[in-house]
Design a protein around this ligand. Sequence first.
Ligand code: NAG
Ligand code: CA
Ligand code: CA
Length: 311
Amino acid sequence: MKTNWNITTVKIYIPEQQTKVQTRQSMIYALVLLQGGWFMMGTDDPGIPQDGEGPQRRVRQDPFYIEEHEVTNQQFQHFTNQTGYITEAERFGDSFVFEGLLSEEVKSTLSSAVAAAPWWSPVKGADWRHPEGPDSTIEHRMSHPVLHVSWSDAQAYCQWAKRRLPTEAEWELACRGGLQDRLYPWGNKLMPRGLHYANLWQGDFPNHNTAEDGYANTSPVMSFPANGFGLYDMVGNAWEWTSDWWNVHHTTEDKYNPKGPETGTDRVKKGGSYMCHKSYCYRYRCAARSQNTPDSSASNLGFRCAADAES
Ligand SMILES: *[C@@H]1O[C@H](CO)[C@@H](O)[C@H](O)[C@H]1NC(C)=O
Ligand SMILES: [Ca+2]
Ligand SMILES: [Ca+2]
């Protein structure tokens, strides 16, 4: 496989030492090495109990790599250029878009919406290159997270990049950034010193987004501060697929490199998105979780890859 993307930085995180910066030949963007070890997964004080956020349990995780930011449109375009890959949304001919972002023209063509969430509409011609439907483009958003990618699309990209999706446990360890029992990657206060730490929704959902954090839609990756592991947008911006099947029942038993249930119908996604507001989607917390069928795609759902640590 040919690539003209050469040296990128690999930041190696080592607990109790400074972040070591190495360079190495790499096809695509930076990975951060996390040392693993024991951590507390989930919470005994769930924000949304029916999502299976609890109980809190001890998890021991081997070292692994995780990408420092969500996979961008640029990265995904590089992948499709090289492979000719067609996403599921492109094959199905439609994908879910948040109505608040649609042009009047696209809105006038809509036939159906989701009963429980009428702000979601399947839009013909919506896909990763056209996040708000056929009259939209990613040209000015190449550094934003790729959207409208199904779990299978995400899986295909990571495989091509010689990587894989993170497990939910890996993702959550990464989200916590070395902190214990905190709500957010940076602590318990949503806005320390009055500053925005993630791309979320401010205002009245779903009618009015004040975009006080600077963005009513996605933001370029790394627009908000990194967590303690040097990882960006772990909560907010785009939801992120993980490799686990969905299940809301957990025990307090210690777990070793858990990979989730053997089977299921839905896959776990983590971190919430630019559409999340406390009033209806208090899921921009590390313990929070949600699910979609593996062929689902939407205008707020992306991913990042992980990789095994060579030992
Ligand atoms: C993908 O191919 C198009 C058309 O040749 C080109 O304009 C674009 O820069 C390529 N993208 C990447 C990320 O290589
Ligand atoms: Ca926002
Ligand atoms: Ca995210």
